[in-house]
Design a protein around this ligand. Structure first.
Ligand SMILES: Cc1ncc(COP(=O)(O)O)c(C=O)c1O
Length: 372
């Protein structure tokens, strides 16, 4: 090279111009540094994990790993897909396993989108759909905001599909952050549109519904995403799955990283599915606790919790800034989620934990109530 000119590095201009994912959470270790308090004093109610943790059988299976760690995982996750197929009652041919539902969002978008294509997103909802759509596909995100009660604006979605001919429509059921459902007849109506619908059922185990996986074999434009991060207490291991029509899944196999699911995640997921009665009892406890938390939060003068079918409650905060509320709870080692985005400025989301977590949260909220 001649001269001292520093060569300019060119990256995709759309990514250079993009805002990143700003939400900060982290492991107990990282949070302990940030909050300057012991890790075991932190009550994490900000990211909808299962604070009961993994199944004892999953922990035992992880502890027993040894030889398996030295070799690559099964590219097809055959044993896990068989157990998942028993769990959802569908042929394993419909199931693809990934490193969390997040990886399946990414893979699905890669399969469908070319630059210039569009998707429909219905905010407020899970942030990853529009974000990943922009990374992977350099595509346009058509936003059809939810109605004030967080339900879908079905007529506007229908008009947007006709106008923009999007490749995908993302629906989160129960929706994160409000925990609202979509009625089967509404989903049927939307499936008549010329668009493929991705239903994210990350929280379906906490709802009164079995979800829509059984529709997939007969519905060519329906994809369901699920995760073991929430009900199964395995968020740290990154494991989820998608349920796809056969005409779609055959192409996904071509673009997935061969070893996308690590050995530890695979064995822990299998042990969890072999311990279903115990895990379902944990889910029942969380559902009961959601009921108690809702009743008690409604008694706090500045909070209005919404009914939810997830393991979290979205609460309207009245007469106080949500940043202030979060800051005051952070100072007590209790993490909740606040938002800096349209439609959610006046809301916080609180995950359902164990009864003692509810008690500590309520005590802190009552102190704030007195002090303000
Ligand atoms: C609606 C929804 N989908 C997907 C995910 C991500 O799941 P995973 O941990 O399996 O990537 C989350 C996590 O918060 C979520 O809320």
């Amino acid at each position: 090279m001649t001269g001292n000119a520093i060569p300019s590095v060119r990256i995709r201009p759309d990514i250079a111009a993009m805002d990143g994912y700003t939400f900060i959470s982290g492991t107990y270790e990282v949070l302990a540094d940030w909050l300057d308090r012991p890790a075991d004093s932190i009550i994490k109610l900000d990211t909808n994990e299962n604070l009961y943790g993994p199944s004892p059988k999953a922990l035992a299976a992880l502890a027993a790993l040894n030889r398996e760690l030295a070799i690559y995982p099964d590219v097809e996750c055959r044993h896990l897909r068989k157990l998942l197929s028993d769990y959802i009652g569908l042929d394993p041919a419909h199931i693809l396993v990934g490193a969390g539902a997040d990886e399946l969002i990414d893979l699905t978008l890669r399969l469908f989108l070319e630059p210039g294509d569009s998707i429909i997103n219905c905010p407020p909802t899970f942030t990853m759909y529009p974000l990943v759509a922009r990374w992977t596909g350099n595509c346009t995100v058509i936003e059809v905001p939810r109605l004030p009660d967080f339900s879908l604006d079905v007529e506007t979605i229908e008009a947007a599909v006709v106008e923009h001919q999007p490749m995908l429509l993302f629906l989160c059921i129960p929706n994160n952050p409000d925990g609202g459902m979509v009625a089967p007849e509404t989903l049927r109506r939307l499936l008549e549109l010329p668009v493929t619908i991705v239903v994210d059922e990350a929280y379906i185990e906490f709802s009164a519904s079995d979800g829509f996986t059984s529709w997939v074999p007969d519905t060519p434009n329906l994809i369901i995403l699920r995760t073991l991060s929430k009900w199964a207490g395995l968020a740290g291991l990154r494991i989820g799955y998608g349920v796809y029509p056969l005409t779609i899944i055959q192409h996904l196999w071509k673009i997935k990283h061969p070893f996308n699911v690590n050995v530890a995640a695979d064995i822990a997921a299998r042990a969890t599915l072999e311990d279903l009665p115990a895990m379902q009892a944990v889910v029942e406890k969380l559902i009961r606790e959601r009921g108690r938390l809702g009743v008690e939060l409604a008694k706090i003068s500045f909070l209005d919790p919404l009914p939810s079918q997830g393991n979290y409650l979205l609460c309207r905060v009245n007469g106080m800034s949500t940043t202030d509320l979060k800051r005051r709870l952070d100072a007590e080692g209790i993490l909740i989620r606040n938002y800096n985005k349209a439609g959610l400025h006046e809301y916080v989301r609180i995950s359902v934990g164990k009864p003692e977590h509810t008690d500590a949260l309520l005590a802190a909220l009552r102190r704030i109530e007195v002090e303000r």
